[in-house]
Structures are given as structure tokens and as C-alpha cells.
Design a protein around this ligand. Structure first.
Ligand SMILES: Cc1cc2nc3c(=O)[nH]c(=O)nc-3n(C[C@H](O)[C@H](O)[C@H](O)COP(=O)(O)OP(=O)(O)OC[C@H]3O[C@@H](n4cnc5c(N)ncnc54)[C@H](O)[C@@H]3O)c2cc1C
Ligand SMILES: NC(=O)C1=CN([C@@H]2O[C@H](COP(=O)(O)OP(=O)(O)OC[C@H]3O[C@@H](n4cnc5c(N)ncnc54)[C@H](O)[C@@H]3O)[C@@H](O)[C@H]2O)C=CC1
Length: 503
């Protein structure tokens, strides 16, 4: 039975508090609960459900796989009787008094606090009902409802969400507007993009797999023509396979229809009335000539791109990255904030403020990283950071020292794009390596794409698309920094079984 909760002048006092019921927060609370079974661990969260890691599997030294389940919070309290979930958003903190205040009017005093409030979509424009972001169950449902009535949408952005969407959407024309020359710039180079492209033009294919996390239903839209908006509740981020079981289908009978506009951004968004008005009045505005589409139909909204083209559509998806949820914590607290808007943390996940730690999407890793690790706002890193933050909080509380966790030695991510297994390791896109590096490639169309990044004879990173079975060997080669100069391009020679050499 936990003993440490106490009232202090109206405030509830606890040794450890964690804010956020996503992967980072829940992992942190679980680890603290296990380390301090006689203390109450407070978990404050704005969402009614929490995210639990299940079926965790360490695939290799640094690659891991797990499922995530959305669960009611009482299940977490059942597994860890000393975790107390407070379902209320934190609206303010006073770090000098070690206090946090929740929306339900309560006040808590902590000894050590970990902020894991995640991030929200960084939209190209805020407050436009035709511009949707995807983050949590609510926003995914809102997107699905709108898609079910759409004939054409514009997807802006070129990262993980955009890649998944353009592949999954059926029965709706997709105009995909990207800033770069090639698709998927956050994960791939132009060669890998070329390898993946045919998958966007072939007819479909896989039977949708049952969704193991959330059930989605279709209800009638609120106002005809105007997109259904997600609620402004702050839910936890979706993750791998979020679209499975979600019927991502528009109104048309065709399978795939994706048109890619490269090297452009959104210049302006015009509502239908504005568009009609501009066409009538502006001398410079294209009137159905080569730059504008000669559409018969009128669309609810029009997107003008920086390359001069204008596309009418039902709505726009802004899949343009995330911005950390820091607002409630900044006021009156002098946090050091990173360029990406996250709370800076040192190698012990400690923010710039005493006794305040942070983990997951909300934080910016500000320590000197291993040469082959970098931060990316991913599920795996949220879990690793939450776990390690708890270890650091425990060590500090007990006056012990702690070494950096091994998971931060090598960046390793395993995922799926266009129905291919994708593994990215280390500096897989030669990030930060300057021009002094070389690439070795092996590609079999429709089957596999293997790229390694070499510097001074050492392997620094790799992209493995398809069932290459090379991840463990390459992970070892990057970790041990063996001099591979003697092998040259034979490193990827399929007739040589390199695993025999290096395992
Ligand atoms: C559509 C989508 C697909 C993705 N796919 C993948 C993938 O395939 N692989 C991968 O590795 N990653 C993926 N990600 C990224 C991954 O989901 C996130 O990096 C990860 O979930 C971040 O976890 P977190 O715990 O830091 O934040 P979150 O999951 O966002 O959790 C934040 C928690 O804080 C709570 N909160 C927020 N503000 C407050 C407040 N003021 N007070 C109290 N509580 C608050 C929220 O309710 C929530 O419970 C995807 C993300 C999205 C949006
Ligand atoms: N399978 C996976 O691993 C997946 C991971 N995720 C993660 O979820 C988070 C959110 O995903 P995304 O929104 O896709 O973010 P992202 O960070 O992966 O990609 C953002 C993209 O938007 C582009 N962009 C930024 N500002 C822009 C602008 N003003 N105009 C046009 N393009 C702009 C960037 O160049 C980049 O291509 C990320 O952390 C991502 O890593 C998401 C989906 C799948």
C-alpha cells in the first residue's frame, strides 16, 4: 500500500509526478512505480485513455518492436497500485515552488517532476477549418469522416504521415505538394524514393488488417461541405499502423490516384467565394489557362502553390511536422527551449529547471550525442526516454550516479512504408556528415533497396528497404566502427555472405 501521498495546505503532496499519458509518460510512471513501490506516483493526463506498451521485443541490440494499446487508466492503476492517474490537464506550473495546477482546480506539490506532454501538429495555417492535422484518435476520425465525402484532397508535407497517407488513401484523388525534389525526405534519399514510386501507381492489393488499437465508426457530418473538426482535447499521438482498420476511402471507385507537385510550398489558401471573386477581378490571377486547372466543378477550397499552380479540393491535410506542447509550462518558468520549440534536456533528461525532467516529443535532446544517434520524434524514442528519465529521477533521488542508456548509442528505427519493411540506422541520410562521405547501393526493383553511408572506411548509417535481413550485421558494423575499406563495394555484393565475416 502506497504511503507517501499527503495533503499540504490544500495541495496534494507526492514525491514523483509525471505529466502526460502517452508512451513517454506512462513508461516513466511505470518505471518509477517499480523502483519506488511504497511511493505514490502521480500521472496527470489530459486524455481519458492512456497508452500502454505491450508485447515489447528487443529485435537486436538497439532495434525494438512493440505494440501500443489505448487503455482506460484504471488498468494501469491495477497493474501498478501505486500509480494514481489524475485525468485532468495541467494548466500551470510554478517550478520554484515545486507546484503544478490542474484544470480541475487541484494543486500538487512534487519533489521530482517529468513532463511528457507530447506535441501537436504544426499546421501550415492555424484556424482554417479546411486544413486538418493528424495526431490522435479524434483527429484521425475527423480526417476519416471528411475523406469519406471527398473527391480530391491536397496533402502538404513529405514526412512519415504524408508517406503513409498517400499510399493508404483510396477512392480519392490526392494532390501531394512537397518542398523537395523527391518523396519521403525525412526517411529517404532520391534513390530510395525512385524505388518506392511504382507502388503509388500500381493497382491495389493488400487486404486491410484488423486494427488492434482503436475502433472507428462513421457518423454523419456536422455541416455539409465544411470539414468535421477534431475536438481540441489533447490526445496522445497515434503510432505505427494507426491507419489499419481505419477505412481511408473517398467517394470514387478508383483505387489510387496520386499527383505529385515537387519543389513547391503552399502560397495561399482561397475559400470558394474568394476564389470566384479573384478570378473575376484579378488581372494576374490565372483564369483556367495553363497554370490553373480547367475544372468544371467548384471546390470548397483552393490551394495556390508557389509554382503558380492552383488546385481545388475538398480539404487540405497539413502533415508538416510537430510542435512540442510546452505552453502551460512556460509561463513564469525560465525553461531553456530548443530551436524546435522543445524543452531542452541534458544527458540525464533533466531540463534547465531544478527537479524538472522531460521525455518524448516534448523535449529537445541537448546533450552531445553519439556520432550515430540523433533525435527524431518517434514512438521508440518516447519509450526509451520515458524509461531512462525515470532511471535518472530515481538515481538523483537516491544520490546515485547513472550512465547514459545504451539505446542512445545508435539511432535505429524499424517501420513500414508502402508495404515494405523499412529499417533506418545511424546517419542513414548522411545527416551532418558534410560532403566527406560515400554511398554504396544495392537495388533490385520491386524487391529491396540497400544503401550504406561510409566515412573514412567506417559505416555510419544504412537504409534497408524490403526483407534484407541485414539489420543486425549493419547495426554491429556501425556500433563497432570497424575499418571496412578493404571490402569496398563488395560490402553489398549479394554473392558474398557478409554476415559470415562480421557476425
Ligand atoms: C499519425 C502518426 C503516426 C505515427 N507513426 C509512428 C510510427 O509509425 N512509428 C513511430 O515510431 N512513431 C510514430 N509516430 C510518432 C509517435 O506517435 C510519437 O513520437 C510518440 O507517440 C510520442 O509520445 P509522447 O508520449 O511523447 O507524446 P504523446 O503520445 O503525444 O502523449 C502526450 C500526452 O500528454 C497529454 N497532455 C498534453 N498536454 C497536457 C497537459 N497540459 N496536461 C496533462 N496532460 C497533457 C496528452 O493527453 C497525452 O496523453 C506517429 C505519430 C503520428 C501523429
Ligand atoms: N512510420 C513512422 O515512423 C512514422 C513516424 N511519424 C512521426 O510522427 C511525427 C509527425 O509526422 P509528420 O507530420 O509527417 O512530420 P515529419 O517531421 O516526419 O515530416 C514533416 C514534413 O513536412 C515538411 N514541411 C515542414 N514544413 C512545411 C511547410 N511549411 N510546407 C511544406 N512542407 C513542410 C518537412 O519538409 C517534412 O517533409 C514525426 O515525428 C514523424 O517522425 C509519423 C508517421 C509515420
Amino acid at each position: 500500500m502506497a504511503m507517501a501521498m499527503a495533503m499540504a495546505g490544500g495541495a496534494v503532496r507526492g514525491r514523483f509526478a509525471v505529466v502526460g499519458g502517452g508512451i513517454a509518460g506512462v513508461t516513466c510512471a511505470e518505471k518509477l512505480a517499480a523502483e519506488f513501490p511504497s511511493e505514490d506516483i502521480f500521472l496527470m493526463t489530459a486524455s481519458p485513455v492512456i497508452k500502454a506498451v505491450t508485447n515489447f521485443k528487443q529485435v537486436s541490440k538497439t532495434l525494438e518492436e512493440f505494440d501500443v494499446e489505448e487503455q482506460p487508466s484504471f488498468l494501469l492503476e491495477k497493474r501498478y497500485p501505486n500509480i494514481r492517474v489524475i485525468q485532468s490537464g495541467v494548466k500551470q506550473m510554478k517550478s520554484d515552488e515545486h507546484k503544478i495546477y490542474t484544470e480541475d482546480g487541484k494543486e500538487y506539490i512534487y519533489e521530482k517532476l517529468c513532463l511528457c506532454a507530447g506535441a501537436k501538429p504544426k499546421l501550415i495555417v492555424e484556424g482554417n477549418p479546411y486544413v486538418l492535422g493528424i495526431r490522435d484518435t479524434d483527429s484521425a476520425q475527423a480526417f476519416q469522416k471528411n475523406l469519406a465525402q471527398a473527391e480530391r484532397i491536397v496533402v502538404v508535407g513529405n514526412g512519415g504521415i504524408a508517406l503513409e497517407l498517400v499510399y493508404e488513401i483510396q477512392g480519392c484523388e490526392v494532390i501531394w505538394a512537397i518542398k523537395d525534389k523527391a518523396i519521403g525526405n525525412t526517411f529517404f534519399d532520391a534513390g530510395a524514393a525512385e524505388f518506392l514510386l511504382p507502388k503509388l501507381t500500381t493497382e491495389r492489393r493488400e487486404t486491410p488488417i484488423e486494427c488492434k488499437r482503436t475502433k472507428y465508426t462513421l457518423e454523419g457530418s456536422k455541416e455539409k461541405g465544411r470539414p468535421t473538426e477534431a475536438s481540441d482535447k489533447l490526445g496522445s499521438a497515434l503510432g505505427p499502423d494507426w491507419h489499419e482498420g481505419l477505412h481511408l476511402k473517398g467517394t470514387k471507385e478508383f483505387s489510387h490516384k496520386v499527383h505529385i507537385e515537387i519543389l513547391c510550398e503552399v502560397k495561399t489558401i482561397h475559400l470558394q467565394q474568394e476564389f470566384i471573386q479573384l478570378q473575376r477581378t484579378s488581372v494576374t490571377f490565372p483564369k483556367g489557362e495553363k497554370n490553373a486547372e480547367a475544372d468544371e466543378v467548384l471546390w470548397p477550397v483552393y490551394v495556390e502553390l508557389t509554382n503558380g499552380k492552383i488546385y481545388g479540393c475538398n480539404f487540405i491535410v497539413s502533415a508538416t511536422g510537430v510542435v512540442p506542447n510546452v505552453e502551460p509550462f512556460l509561463d513564469g518558468n525560465n525553461f531553456a527551449v530548443g530551436e524546435d520549440g522543445g524543452l531542452k534536456v541534458d544527458k540525464h533528461m533533466h531540463t534547465s529547471l531544478t527537479d524538472v525532467y522531460a521525455a518524448g516529443d516534448i523535449c529537445t535532446a541537448a546533450w552531445e550525442p553519439s556520432p550515430v544517434w540523433h533525435q527524431m520524434r518517434l514512438w521508440t524514442q518516447a519509450r526509451q526516454m520515458g524509461w531512462y528519465a525515470a532511471k535518472c529521477m530515481a538515481a538523483d533521488a537516491l544520490g546515485e550516479s547513472i550512465d547514459m542508456d545504451f539505446s542512445f548509442e545508435l539511432f535505429a528505427h524499424i517501420t513500414k512504408f508502402f508495404n515494405y519493411k523499412v529499417v533506418v540506422l545511424g546517419k542513414y541520410n548522411a545527416q551532418g556528415l558534410g560532403s566527406d562521405h560515400e554511398l554504396i547501393l544495392r537495388c533490385t526493383k520491386g524487391h529491396e533497396y540497400v544503401k550504406v553511408v561510409m566515412q573514412n572506411g567506417r559505416m555510419m548509417g544504412a537504409v534497408l528497404i524490403g526483407e534484407t535481413d541485414l539489420e543486425e550485421t549493419f547495426e554491429n558494423l556501425i556500433l563497432n566502427q570497424m575499418d571496412l575499406s578493404a571490402y569496398g563495394e563488395n560490402l553489398l555484393n549479394p554473392d558474398i555472405d557478409i554476415e559470415d565475416y562480421f557476425d
